[in-house]
Design a binder for this molecule. Structure first.
Ligand code: SAM
Length: 150
C-alpha cells in the first residue's frame, strides 16, 4: 500500500519469519494475548506485493524487531510505520528505535491505538510516551503520529 501510494519512495520493511518464532522475547508485563497474536500473524514469508511493479522498491527484512540492528537507519527515515508486536516490551522497543530512525522533520505513525481493551499495551505505551513527546491521534482511525523536530 505504501509503495503503491508513494511512487518515488523506497520502502524497508521488517517482519518476523515463521521459522524464527523462537527469537521472540516475551518480557514481564507483556499482554499475553498480544504475544500470542504476534506469533500467530507471523505466518507469512511471501507477500501480496511480490510480482508487482512496486516490488523493486521494497526491501524486505526478516527478524525479531528487538534484535534488529537499526544503526544503519538512524536519522535517515522520512516515515516510520510501527505495526509489529502489540506487546508492551515490543511497542516500547520499536518506538524507541523509530524515534532514533526518523529523520529531522520526518514522521512516525503507530497503528492500533484502540483504547484500553483492544491492543491495551499499545494504548498504555503511547499514553506514557505522550508525556515526553508530542503525539497526535488521527481522527476516525487507529493511527497516532509524531513529527520529529527539524
Ligand atoms: C498486525 S501485522 C501488520 C503487518 C503490516 N503492517 C500490514 O499492515 O500488513 C503485524 C506484523 O508484525 C510482525 N511481527 C510480530 N512480532 C514481531 C517481532 N517480534 N519482530 C518483527 N516483526 C514482528 C508480524 O509478523 C506481522 O507481519
Amino acid at each position: 500500500m505504501l509503495a503503491a501510494n508513494a511512487p518515488n519512495a523506497e520502502i524497508t520493511t521488517l517482519t518476523l519469519h515463521p521459522d524464527e518464532l523462537v527469537s521472540y522475547e516475551t518480557e514481564l508485563g507483556d499482554d499475553i494475548s498480544a504475544v500470542n497474536a504476534a506469533k500467530q500473524v507471523s505466518a507469512f514469508a511471501s507477500f501480496l506485493y511480490e510480482g508487482t511493479a512496486e516490488a523493486e522498491r521494497i526491501n524486505q527484512l526478516f527478524g525479531d524487531s528487538k534484535a534488529f540492528d537499526h544503526t544503519p537507519y538512524k536519522g535517515k527515515m522520512d516515515l516510520v510505520f510501527v505495526d509489529g508486536s502489540h506487546a508492551q516490551s515490543y511497542v516500547g522497543s520499536d518506538s524507541k528505535k523509530a524515534l532514533e530512525m526518523v529523520k529531522p522533520g520526518g514522521v512516525i505513525v503507530w497503528d492500533d491505538y484502540r483504547g484500553p481493551r483492544r491492543a491495551k499495551d499499545v494504548f498504555s505505551v503511547l499514553n506514557n510516551l505522550s508525556k515526553e513527546i508530542e503525539l497526535v491521534r488521527i481522527a476516525n482511525i487507529s493511527f497516532v503520529a509524531h513529527r520529529a523536530p527539524k
